[in-house]
Write a protein that binds this ligand. Structure first.
Ligand code: NAI
Length: 657
């Protein structure tokens, strides 16, 4: 039968009587769900029912994946809470209709299947996932301050049990195809070449649903209150309800309202209205769009990148190489020290084993792509060469002068330097324009941001290629100009110094940290200094805040005593089993305005970076500080936060007059 073309999908019924609905959103690279798409699917389903087809397979024509989620732009443009309720209601009804469709339905999933996309798959009778590196299934709605309101909170726990479903929704973590199969989220995880046949087989022979195991039925039934209590306790240890209400709302919606948000009255703190109008939701949407903007920097057309050579297998180089290999690039890793290479190889093996624990083939492939290379033979073939050796100018200068002779003429040459000037490193090179900075953060495997540094001598095309490379290894690239500390370290340093000075003035480290954690920082500044190392903090302080009239005395004293922080077991805190020993701080111990006082220099430094052109604009500065330092995402970034403070103050003063 001929394909029926609609705007966002096409459908047809084949000789075996199986109807295929191909989702293919017009003028978009990924499928998302919104009213026009719901309407077209409904029309197609009605028409298919009339053909006598035996069942339906949903699939995507986009290479990126199945469905990325709801249309976030449409959601962000909703005028008010009533519109948010109407949208949830529309999606809920659509999914209910799909779930009640009289013919068997199967979702054939490749690539991303997230948010509304997974809710669609859950409303189908069965699911097949293509088992490759790109397939990810998850319900990450809380990252936007909302919840999976189109049936996800009801269907996911019902399918895989609350003990697996709730953590997925509460942490926003996605799972790969193999894990999805193991936890019962998909019926089959198969290689691409047999995926279509498998989906059709499930249409023609729908699988019988086994009930949930007894323990899951207990959690969902008589032990539900206990389950919620424990989950809430774990949640409280991670996020505060006043900062992030959505995960708390997920728990409440599942436990009190059977996962149906439409049943929640507007006045309830887990209602659609409450979440849709909460400032956190607006700010998290802002962060989402900032993230999308950073990703777009990686979209330029450049020569292909498949081989990377990393020089220096220390703290940074070894993890940079690991991340590259995990992302599908072939990496050669060079170091003068064979011990360093052996340590890096061990660390990589451990990390790959964890990361690919459900996928033996992917694990082997990553290990094969990670190649220790003591002689530096990889230089001649590499598309990208990253230097992460000791922070010494003469060493780096010599290295690049030699590298440019041996590298391919079009290879990108990059340094990971934190504090040396790019222009100075390039001085000994015949073609200094080839050198750019690709500045990673420690730990590389965890930190999402990478600063791509354009030196005064750097070629714009080389910078573009570096941005693309960063996108290829699934990091967020931020273009910055060469300046001391670039953006992230330049704003962190004055913030940390302000915090250390508060300790100097007699405030306990625990109180300073508690103040900033209550503000929403992922880790207090004093604990951060201890983690980074007090010696490193002194060096960074001298370089980045050279005109500081009074460097923190206690910091210097501790270093003299050999107390360098976590790595020596003592700094501002004592460290036991990798954790700082801290006393509990009561909220009323925190002096009024303490967090604001410590954050003010960070905000000022961020503004200065914008004024001096280190970053192009305030949005990029906010993005860099959020993804580079973990600055409380629900506050929307330091400059955005400062502006909302100003607005609040203005509003308060007009109220008073
Ligand atoms: P590290 O001291 O842990 O590792 C440096 C490695 O380079 C050592 O294994 C050493 O044997 C090797 N090496 C030295 N000279 C070499 C040469 N000529 N050829 C091959 N290998 C050589 O240093 P780390 O911390 O990894 O820093 C490396 C670079 O990354 C520095 O430029 C640093 O500024 C930068 N960086 C460091 C961060 C951190 O938090 N540690 C964060 C961001 C950047």
């Amino acid at each position: 039968m001929n394909e029926t073309q609609m705007q966002h999908l096409s459908w047809s019924v084949n000789a075996r009587g199986v109807a295929w609905i191909w989702l293919d959103l017009a003028e978009k690279s990924a499928n998302t769900l919104s009213e026009p798409v719901f309407a077209e699917i409904e029309t197609a389903l009605d028409a298919i029912a009339a053909t006598g087809a035996k069942g339906v397979v949903f699939a995507s024509r986009k290479t990126a994946g199945f469905v990325a989620g709801a249309d976030v732009e449409a959601f962000a443009a909703l005028p008010d809470a009533a519109a948010a309720r109407a949208l949830v209601e529309r999606g809920w009804r659509f999914m209910e209709r799909l779930a009640a469709y009289p013919l068997p339905t199967v979702a054939l999933i490749h690539g991303h299947c997230l948010g509304g996309g997974l809710e669609l798959a859950l409303a189908c009778r069965a699911r097949v996932a293509v088992s490759d590196r790109k397939t990810r299934l998850g319900l990450p709605e809380i990252m936007l301050g909302i919840y999976p309101g189109w049936g996800g909170m009801m269907r996911l726990p019902a399918l895989i049990g609350p003990s697996k479903a709730l953590p997925m929704m509460l942490t926003a973590k996605s799972v790969n195809a193999k894990r999805a199969k193991r936890i019962g989220l998909v019926d089959e995880a198969v290689p691409e070449r047999v995926a279509a046949l498998t989906a059709e087989a499930l249409v023609l022979n729908p699988p019988k649903r086994k009930g949930l195991p007894l323990v899951e039925r207990l959690w969902a039934g008589p032990l539900r209150a206990l389950f919620v209590q424990q989950a809430e306790k774990r949640l409280r240890a991670k996020v505060r309800a006043e900062h992030y209400p959505a995960p708390y709302a997920v728990l409440r919606c599942w436990s009190q309202y059977r996962g149906n948000p439409l049943l929640i009255p507007a006045a309830d703190p887990s209602s659609i209205e409450f979440l849709a109008t909460h400032p956190t939701t607006k700010n998290l949407l802002r962060v989402y769009f900032l993230q999308e903007r950073l990703k777009r920097f990686a979209k330029a057309q450049t020569a292909p990148i498949t081989r990377v050579h990393v020089i220096g297998a220390g703290v940074m180089g070894s993890e940079i190489a690991m991340v590259c290999a995990a992302s599908g690039l072939t990496v050669t890793l060079q170091d003068l020290s064979l011990e360093a290479l052996a340590r890096a190889q061990q660390a990589a093996t451990r990390w790959f084993e964890r990361r690919f624990r459900d996928d033996e083939t992917a694990l082997r492939a990553a290990l094969d792509r990670f190649i220790p290379d003591p002689q530096g033979l990889g230089v001649a073939q590499a598309d990208v060469i990253i230097e992460a050796v000791v922070e010494k100018l003469d060493v780096k200068q010599r290295l690049f002068a030699e590298l440019e002779q041996r590298a391919k003429p079009d290879a990108l040459l990059a340094t990971n330097t934190s504090s040396l000037s790019l222009e100075a490193i390039a001085e000994g090179m015949a073609a200094p324009h080839r050198l750019v900075g690709i500045h990673f953060f420690n730990p590389v495997t965890k930190m999402p941001l990478v600063e791509v540094v354009q030196g005064a001598q750097s070629d714009a095309k080389a910078v573009e290629r570096a941005l693309v490379f960063v996108g290829k290894i699934d990091k967020l690239p931020l273009p910055v100009r060469s300046a001391p500390g670039f953006l992230v370290n330049a704003v962190l340093a004055p913030y940390l110094i302000a915090a250390l000075k508060c300790v100097e003035s007699g405030i306990a480290p625990e109180v300073v940290d508690a103040a900033l954690e209550a503000f929403g920082m992922p880790m207090g500044p004093i604990e951060l200094v201890d983690t980074v190392g007090l010696d490193v903090a002194i060096l960074a302080g001298q370089q980045l805040v050279p005109d500081e009239p009074e460097p923190p005395r206690r910091l210097h004293q501790l270093v003299q005593e050999g107390k360098l922080g976590k790595k020596t077991g003592e700094g501002y805190y004592r460290w036991e089993k990798g954790k700082a020993v801290k006393r509990t701080v009561k909220p009323d111990e925190i002096p009024e305005g303490l967090a604001q006082r410590i954050i003010a220099p960070l905000v000022a430094a961020t503004e200065r970076c914008v004024a001096e052109g280190v970053v192009a604009d305030t949005d990029l500065a906010d993005a860099g500080v959020i993804f580079g330092t973990g600055f409380a995402p629900f506050r929307g970034g330091p400059l955005h936060w400062r502006n909302t403070q100003d607005t609040d103050k203005r509003e308060k003063s007009t109220e008073m007059t």
